[in-house]
Design a protein around this ligand. Sequence first.
Ligand code: ATP
Ligand code: MG
Length: 560
Amino acid sequence: MENHEAPSHFIRNIVMEDLREGRVKEVVTRFPPEPNGYLHIGHAKSIVLNFELADEFKGRTNLRFDDTNPHKEDVEYVESIKEDVRWLGYEWDGLFFASDYFEEMYRRAVLLIKKGLAYVDDQSAEEIRKTRGTLTEPGKESPYRNRSVAENLDLFERMRKGEFKDGEKVLRAKIDMASPNLNMRDPVLYRILHATHHRTGDRWCIYPMYDFAHPLGDAIEGVTHSLCTLEFEDHRPLYDWVIRECEMENVPRQYEFARLNLTDTVMSKRKLKLLVDHGFVEGWDDPRMPTLSGLRRRGYTPEAIRAFAREIGVAKSNSVVDVRMLEHFVREDLKLKVPRMMAVLRPLKLVITNYPEGQVEWLDIENNAENPEMGERKIPFSRELYIEEEDFMENPPAKYHRLYPGNEVRLKNAYFVKCDDLVKDETGRVVEIHCTYDPETKSGSGFTGRKVKGTIHWVEATHAVPAEFRLYEPLLLNEKETDEEEEGKERSFLEQVNPNSLEILRGFVEPSLKEAKPGDSFQFLRHGYFHVDPKLTIGEKPVFNRIVSLKSSFEVKKES
Ligand code: ATP
Ligand code: MG
């Protein structure tokens, strides 16, 4: 992994203090995804934070699947998550599943019952919600709250045995229905779900809730610093209550940090799944998706994502990060690593009428002008070329310095050409332009006779390799976070989908790109960075995803 300075932030300060004061011997963190979808760039922030924090202090990081909701989870997601974490560059110390601890969690729940700190409630989810109270009003105690320990033990055991239907009973913590913190008003610890779990099969029909399972999982694994996003801040007292009352030996501490939000996209698995299920994208790994598999297929590198994650930092207030910052980091990463080549995305034929028919010159070209170590290649030049449609105009506006009748430009790496004539089809569209070239003006010949104002790129026609180019725009227009509980939110979210997020073009690339392999990346002069799509490229007809264009007005602030 690249050398980098450990970014300083409040959680790192806490860790250093804990080590200094001897409160922890070894730093143990975990990344705890629920296997109910693919990882996105927001998860990358959490992964980089957890793994690098432990690594910096020679500690350990576990990958723990939070698989306590059998309805939504699947092994497909487990596998993709493992692949994505590895791809990002991290190897976990322990691989665990919350479901590994179901037996232990059950025993701890029984302990709570025996201590008079948990009870079986027969109220429906609806009744429980209604009697919870509000921020200004206390909740109402359940009529089942004062069941005897013996009765609770019996009922809980029968819940486990499958004697009751889904929703008929729950196990609740007995804390305080008047607590100012709603999470402390007798939260549900277990619910009944007759569902087949992707790991435990039909062994269980009661499942622990996140607020019960998460602290126990952390304690069982000896996690010292349990890092989660801000929405769990109000759950922290419950987290500590569970650890304490379940008499866990290891006492982990929870710390909350701001979620990553990015402009022009969404960062919720639920919403991303809607895009997949409604066919707005081709799948979780569609190159427009902010998932790690989508970004990978688009051509983003782990190096760029890691650098981005370190740069955005770890703060205690939510904000939206400009997606151009992520783009900045992939440009930075690829700038010196990938060859710079020529590709014509919207081809227009150019014929050099005074160039000998049948002649082909092979020009020596540097692969990357900023990185001589990348060597040279040869590209053909002849009488027939393709140029970009937009590099010619029959009636140009002022300050247009590219080709138009009577104007001369430089063909990048080759000669000056001057436009003499054009050919139109019956609809009046220009289909070919005729030029003459000046053999004196070859690039590198030291010619100083006269200057031209425009330089355009090109691809020699007879050796050109046909290629497909996929250009992407943001997936969403003006995405506003809609209230989760709001009616019709699904529709209003889907209405924000950008109908023009994908443009497919068919053009040509230089012959050396015939050997481009799925997963290779290139800079195409004037167009940006492109990546050979590993799914769509078959045989010698490459499909290039545009990762990012060349220019951006975005500047990453430099800390002094
Ligand atoms: P989503 O809302 O997308 O489903 P989640 O928080 O439910 O996300 P989990 O699989 O439970 O997803 O998350 C695993 C870990 O990743 C958690 O610790 C969570 O806090 C963290 N995480 C998820 N989304 C983000 C984000 N946008 N920024 C930073 N961390 C995140
Ligand atoms: Mg979740």
